[in-house]
Write a protein that binds this ligand. Structure first.
Ligand SMILES: [Zn+2]
Length: 447
């Protein structure tokens, strides 16, 4: 008779060995988004033709987190240059309808690899596309749109009890790229490398979410890849078999991985980042537990007044092909709408778990000044500041960089297809929105 009770005894013993508190649940899913056909790769205006092969497969990944009360947040990461507003809002609308995850609880972040497909009309003036090229790009974006909703569904279907921990270290890959041409500029970077670790109840890592602030531009040839962040994710997955590694691009708009341009360097950069991730995973990351809170806000960022039609007509004959494409686009918009946009909506979001973890997810290509400003204001320990979230439509310069000028200060509005740079109050507006978001989840400034 006693033997019949043994399995129950074993089960009770096993239950007793589990952590006393395992209220959180997590789910994770991956999607191979490597395009089948040659397609234009995003990011470098110097490219003259579509892709010519695959160096490394690229992925979108979804991490779902559910608290004890059933509040569920989903983070989608992807080896892409950036999500367009059309793509992220289309996916968000259907995820809300199908899975009842409201917009504030769904975050998109792109790694900003420059070796992945162009999405929609993002950076349209940068590329000399034919109609056939555009058809390939539109087909890919439509496929991705449908697949991402399914990806969220699969991550939700895999929700299981989980233990979350969070820690940060530093990595020395990023270089302030504005100093390449202007060595007198300040050497501002955000070297922090935050890591959120999701373990099952036996302690085995299921998902490792890590971030870093640096352009994914080690590679600039015709082969598809996730660049150094792709190599970093595969290196982390090799170190922790069975775990999915997800990469979040932080405020790396003014940072490049230097030196660069070879596959060997891209792999080395990936290895450096993966080694830093392992330092956190194998160290003493702090436990993350408690209620999930989130907020999402759209802020109108005004642009400086645009020139008139005569000036755009003049610019259709100037000597840069990209400037001519930009001028033709402005004339098309004038013909269509009668005016040019005077502002652009900027999306910002905050996700907080308990008191030990806050992720600020900011739209656009955000410069490092912002990450450092917000971490100084709210504390470095439990705050993660990401850029490249939800919609990548422009660089978001700080006041300092706006005053210095250059590509990140306003020049990049040409490839992004906007009529002019932001007005001088851009940093004040961004900081005001962040203040509201942080306050809405109960995060107060230090002192
Ligand atoms: Zn960029």
């Amino acid at each position: 008779m006693a033997k019949r009770f043994l399995p129950l005894t074993c089960l009770l013993a096993a239950l007793a060995a589990l952590p006393a508190h395992a209220a959180m649940q997590a789910g994770v899913a991956t999607l191979d988004i490597t395009p089948q056909d040659p397609i234009w790769l995003g990011g470098f205006a110097a490219r003259t033709r579509p892709s010519e092969g695959i160096r490394q497969r690229i992925f979108a990944k979804a991490l779902s987190l559910r608290d004890e009360k059933g509040v569920t947040a989903v983070l989608i990461t992807a080896d892409l240059l950036g999500f367009t507003g059309e793509l992220s809002s289309s996916v968000a609308t259907r995820v809300d309808a199908k899975y009842h995850i409201p917009r504030r609880l769904l975050i998109f972040n792109a790694s900003h690899t420059h070796s992945a497909p162009v999405i929609g009309s993002q950076l349209a003036p940068a590329y000399p596309l034919t109609d056939a090229d555009r058809a390939v790009i539109n087909r890919y974006a439509a496929w991705l749109d449908a697949q991402l909703v399914d990806l969220v569904g699969r991550s939700l279907a895999s929700l299981q009890p989980a233990q979350l921990t969070f820690g940060q270290t530093l990595a020395g890959l990023a270089v302030n790229r504005r100093r390449v041409g202007n060595p007198e500029y300040p050497d501002v970077i955000d070297p922090d490398l935050p890591v959120l670790i999701v373990r099952d109840l036996t302690g085995k890592p299921r998902a490792i979410l890590f971030g870093y602030a640096c352009h994914n531009t080690t590679l600039d040839d015709q082969l598809i890849s996730g660049d150094w962040a792709g190599f970093a994710q595969s290196a982390v997955e090799s170190k922790y078999p069975g775990a999915v590694a997800l990469f979040v691009q932080n405020c790396g708009a003014d940072a490049n991985p230097l030196p660069r341009h070879t596959e060997a360097l891209a792999k080395m950069h990936g290895e450096v980042v993966a080694a830093a991730v392992a330092e956190v995973v194998n160290g003493k990351p702090r436990k993350v537990d408690g209620d999930i809170q989130a907020a999402f806000k759209e802020t109108d960022l005004p642009l400086e007044p645009a020139p008139g039609r005569a000036e755009w007509t003049r610019r259709t004959t100037i000597d840069s092909e990209m400037n001519r494409r930009h001028a033709r686009l402005m004339l098309q918009l004038l013909d269509r709408d009668g005016h040019l946009p005077a502002s652009h909506i900027w999306q910002a979001q905050v996700l907080k778990i308990g008191t030990g973890f806050t992720l600020l997810a900011l739209g656009g290509e955000v410069v490092a000044d912002y990450a450092l400003r917000f971490k100084r204001r709210y504390g470095f320990q439990s705050l993660w500041v990401a850029g490249y979230s939800n919609e990548v439509f422009a660089y978001i310069p700080s006041k300092r960089i706006w005053e210095e000028g250059g590509y990140e200060g306003g020049g990049a509005m040409i490839p992004y297809g906007l009529p002019n740079r932001f007005q001088s109050n851009v940093e004040d507006l961004v900081a005001g929105t962040v203040e509201e978001l942080m306050s809405s989840v109960g995060n107060r400034p230090l002192n």
